[in-house]
Design a protein around this ligand. Sequence first.
Ligand SMILES: Nc1nc2c(ncn2[C@@H]2O[C@H](COP(=O)(O)OP(=O)(O)OP(=O)(O)O)[C@@H](O)[C@H]2O)c(=O)[nH]1
Length: 266
Amino acid sequence: MKSSLKHMVPPVSRDRIISQFPKWYTPEACLQFKEHFHAQVRTACQQSAGTVGLKISKVVVVGDLYVGKTSLINRFCKDNFNRDYKATIGVDFEIERFEIVGIPYNLQIWDTAGQEKFKCIASAYYRGAEVIITVFDLADIQTLDHTKQWLEDALKENEPDSSFIFLVGTKKDLVSDAVCERTEIDAIRFANEMQAEYWSVSAKTGENVNEFFSRVAALAFEQSMIKELEKTMGHMAQIGTGNLIKLEKNLMEIPEGNTQASPSCC
Ligand SMILES: Nc1nc2c(ncn2[C@@H]2O[C@H](COP(=O)(O)OP(=O)(O)OP(=O)(O)O)[C@@H](O)[C@H]2O)c(=O)[nH]1
């Protein structure tokens, strides 16, 4: 059995540096099509590099038991893979360090138990998730059917439209390309209904795992920077006049190519 909350002190690891906006897996189910960080975010990062405090975003990973949630996280955070199954008891978490456009940034990744008997413990940790990752097994199509329920449960604990949602098919190494392509058609339909971005990955081979988490980190980081800039702009408007000025356009509405700054599906 995997222990719950076993390490309160995260292991020291090297920062993962992201300077370009990582690409989506498929344009048919992607949250944002842009190729660059938002201009205002880039400028703010350059101006404040070395002076801002550490930023952190919470990620929760949910899905049926045995779909490979722990393996996905372990492949990314520890670059290892264990063939033996050890059920997660309740929850566990890892912290992964990034440097995005010069700013230090952490993802706090919560691994939750898929077993029914641990569900009430795990669901207590859903709150405040900037990212919800719903996982299914590409080799077990039934687990895809259950992802909507997992997402619904996680969304109940969070403010509406406050989280980026990802749908991830695991164990890509276990299915042929033809089966993977067929399953992806259903998965992409699910992802669109869930307003999620879709990825197929393998924890065993590592295929798409780093690319996927880089995408998660970049989207969550940019979103948190935009929120902070909006707060600062609102604050400056208040200081400037002594009265509350309602900003006509907020940063989220500034068009930049086909950027979608809010967590919604294209
Ligand atoms: N071939 C293959 N096996 C995988 C992959 N990912 C996970 N597995 C195997 O699937 C089994 C379940 O993996 P876990 O990561 O423990 O599943 P989980 O979703 O965390 O399960 P719970 O903790 O019970 O919720 C293990 O035996 C893993 O070795 C993968 O990408 N490829």
